[in-house]
Ligand binder design. Structure first.
Ligand code: NAD
Ligand code: ZN
Length: 351
């Protein structure tokens, strides 16, 4: 079969591989719609996971089951399924501790396009199908469904980790698709004031439609100055970081209130250290929590998050600015994600 792969650092292309084989608990799926992710860009062009060779990319897909192992109970060939980006080993001890993302080691639940071939192949392998796949509700289109693989769960995970409460003031730094889902999630959780920090007009407009009350352009001056001025020096209850660099934590610390939470969902593809200023962190006694998390995957999360779309609480279609038809457009879609044109939020490829 053919697949679109990372050939090495800064190098992508089509390769031939054997069709994957399902173990007793697994499934083989063919993609119906896929979307490239900024994480694929960090992996290929920043070498964030090292110099990987000949690994098929992609981890956001809706697909059709073509084969299941002998012990799979709830899925059969022909089923349309949401495939989460994170497909952990649910029997690992870390899964039992509530952090299946780190089953089999740090970030070990992230397999597609990290430690095994991803979803940009004619077929791909899903471990523990009963624990990791979810049926796509017929009310959700295949392209909207791809946003359940990664964008919705990641943005919402940022909100979960920030423990957003009714009426709180939240700043979301970085409003690409992930940050936009953090804005939408904060709004669903009842935040009062939501600062969306971005620059591209389209993203700012979509952020407003998802509930942002204030737009801060980080290219028009210091974020902290702008937010502190707007809040009369009080700052914000919660910060969700979904863009920027290792230096963004400094900005977050300068606007967070005492005992606030800074919740990072950004994939830090480069930079060696995150600097936490002594003063910003309340001389070590400010009760400011800093947490960073890989999105939770697995079947339960996909089923619950699909309800948010199915019952009309969230419309992900504004994210999908570019639609392609045909497997061969995957490269074009990935390069769009790398170059981030002004009219792009997220591309989707219908196979
Ligand atoms: P994106 O690049 O489309 O969006 C990030 C935005 O941040 C961009 O619009 C960029 O212009 C903006 N930005 C850059 N510097 C900034 C700054 N200093 N201040 C404010 N904004 C700034 O990316 P995305 O697809 O939305 O993904 C966001 C991040 O989340 C990526 O790093 C991605 O790899 C990561 N990610 C993490 C998980 C997870 O499980 N935690 C899952 C998926 C993606
Ligand atoms: Zn991703």
């Amino acid at each position: 079969m053919k697949g679109f792969a990372m050939l090495g650092l800064n190098k992508v292309g089509w390769i031939e591989k054997d069709k994957p084989v399902a173990g007793p608990l697994d499934a083989i799926v063919r993609p119906l719609a896929v979307s490239p992710c900024t994480s694929d860009v960090h992996t290929v062009y920043e070498g964030a996971l090292g110099d990987i060779h000949d690994m098929i990319l992609g981890h956001e897909a809706v697909g059709e089951v073509v084969e299941v192992g002998s012990l799979v109970k709830d899925f059969k060939p022909g089923d349309k399924v949401i495939v989460p980006a994170i497909t952990p080993d649910h029997m690992d001890v870390f899964s039992q501790m509530g952090y299946h993302q780190h089953a089999e080691g740090m970030l070990g639940g992230w397999k597609f396009s990290a430690s095994k071939d991803g979803v940009f192949g004619e077929y791909f392998h899903v471990n523990q199908a009963d624990g990791n796949l979810a049926l796509l509700p017929p009310e959700i289109s295949i392209e909207d469904g791809t946003m359940l693989s990664d964008m919705v769960p990641t943005g919402f995970h940022g909100v979960d980790n920030a423990e957003v409460q009714f009426g709180e003031t939240v700043a979301v730094i970085g409003i690409g698709p992930v940050g936009l889902m953090a804005v939408a999630g904060s709004n669903l959780r009842g935040a009062g004031r939501i600062f969306a920090v971005g620059s591209r007009q389209l993203c700012c407009d979509v952020a407003k439609s998802y509930g942002a009350t204030d737009i801060i352009n980080y290219k028009h001056g210091d974020i902290s100055q702008q937010i502190l001025e707007a809040t009369k020096g009080k700052g914000v209850d919660k910060v969700i970081i979904a863009g920027g660099t290792v230096d963004t934590f400094g900005e977050a610390l300068s606007i967070i209130r005492p005992a606030g939470i800074i919740s990072n969902i950004n994939y830090l593809g480069s930079g060696d250290y995150i600097k936490i200023s002594r003063e910003g962190w309340g001389l070590g006694m400010g009760h400011i929590k800093i947490v960073g998390g890989l999105m939770p995957g697995g079947r339960k999360n996909m089923e619950y998050l699909s309800n948010v779309l199915k019952y009309g609480k969230l419309d992900v279609s504004p994210l999908l600015t570019h639609k392609f038809n045909g497997f061969d457009h995957i490269e074009e879609a990935l390069l769009l994600m790398k170059d981030k044109t002004a009219d792009l939020i997220k591309p989707v490829v219908i196979i």
